[in-house]
Design a protein around this ligand. Structure first.
Ligand code: PLP
Length: 373
């Protein structure tokens, strides 16, 4: 039986997403006692106490289906961001948002513009739908080249993905750049500007920078814009899978029709609502990352390791003379999990998530060891 014959053509060449290696797996495989995971851009400060309490309280209700419409969560988000609930949607993380948008909008004849070295899930969503990805090189410094992305837009361009700040480079585009890009997008064959899908998964970290734009401010003038964020990063709820997005009501309407009915589970909803009430959750994440970034930058400089300044909670480092894969393997044997970047076509780079000081010190000591410095 040749199963691949009946698999949809666009799925046949699919490669599985390479996730950060879990701590328990590595412990088992390598027999190590201490493991520091700096691989998936999680927030080591952990979730808000309010979120943990809400989860405990919710446990006894686990037999109920969740609220299919995430009513309370949308209400809380609507109040926080001062936008009506009709302009809001929720999903099981940014990953699901990307996939739902692709299912709603991408057809085989469509061109979808993506920056090279941007989050890999976009290209996977485009491939899933059998659409055509138009991949645009980044500008110097590994920043999205918005001018070049504009230039490749044709009559067939259905959508453009922008990640701000970008994963894995940590770079960002300014408000002025984004405004100009949105304004200059040419109309496509449908007589409208292509959709702009603005991924702000790391918004909370970027937002402490002066010229980092809040994507929501562009919504009013750009009905083709979809902005989405997540509770996985600064809110430290990655294990629960919850994200949210903002768009014109007519876009939200179709997203609501296509998403699975109970995509945001009851625990995720409860924890997200509670997290929004905690005024310190995001501040704690921001201040840890700001302080630890300075520590890591200083250490990288001492070791003459090239790095890209990051607006997010991870840093891309040049692994030369090692390949990123070799650096990953050597550090793994020492109990540090980072991410190598061959999947992102950056074979001599590696990405490290900013951890607690003790984790960062452990990482630096092991980095020195494997580099012989
Ligand atoms: C840029 C970017 N977008 C979206 C996501 C998806 O995050 P989640 O599905 O956990 O919300 C990630 C996760 O790493 C990311 O880096």
């Amino acid at each position: 039986m040749e199963i691949s014959k009946i698999v949809r053509e666009s799925c046949r060449s699919f490669e599985p997403y390479v996730a950060g290696r879990p701590i328990e797996t590595i412990k088992r495989e390598l027999g190590l006692k201490k493991i520091v995971k700096l691989a998936s851009n999680e927030n080591p400060v952990g979730p808000s106490k309010l979120a943990v309490a809400a989860l405990k309280k919710k446990a006894k209700d686990a037999f109920f289906y969740p609220d299919s419409n995430s009513f309370e969560l949308k209400k809380a988000l609507s109040e926080k961001y001062k936008l009506p609930p009709q302009n809001l949607f929720t999903a099981a993380g940014g990953d699901e948002i990307i996939e739902i948008i692709a299912k709603v909008f991408f057809s085989p004849e469509d061109e979808i513009v993506i920056s090279k070295h941007a989050f890999v899930r976009y290209a996977m969503a485009v491939q899933l739908m059998g659409s055509h990805a138009v991949v645009v090189p980044m500008q110097d410094g590994l920043v999205h080249d918005l001018d070049a992305m504009l230039k490749v837009c044709t009559r067939n361009t259905k959508a453009v993905f922008i990640t701000n700040p970008n994963n894995p480079t940590g770079t960002y585009n300014t408000g002025a750049q984004l405004a100009q890009f949105l304004q200059n997008l040419p109309p496509n064959t449908y007589g409208m500007k292509p959709l702009v899908i603005l991924d702000e998964a790391y918004f909370e970290y970027g937002s402490i920078l002066k010229d980092y734009p809040d994507g929501l401010t562009f919504l009013q003038d750009n009905p083709n814009l979809i902005v989405f964020r997540t509770f996985s990063k600064a809110y430290a709820l990655a294990g629960l899978r919850v994200g949210y997005g903002f768009a014109h009501q007519s876009i939200v309407d179709f997203i609501e029709r296509v998403r699975p009915p109970f995509n945001v589970n009851a625990f995720a909803q409860a924890a997200a609502i509670a997290s929004l009430k905690d005024k310190n959750q995001v501040k704690k994440a921001q201040s840890l990352v700001k302080k630890e970034k300075e520590y890591l930058y200083k250490e990288f400089k001492k070791l003459s390791i090239e790095y890209i300044e990051s607006a997010a909670n991870f840093i891309l480092i040049n692994s030369s003379p090692l390949t990123g894969k070799d650096l990953f393997s050597k550090l793994l044997k020492e109990g540090v999990i980072i991410r190598e970047m061959s999947e992102y076509e950056l074979p001599s780079w590696a990405r490290v998530t900013i951890g607690l000081r003790s984790q960062n010190e452990f990482f630096i000591s092991k980095l020195k060891k494997v580099l012989g410095k």
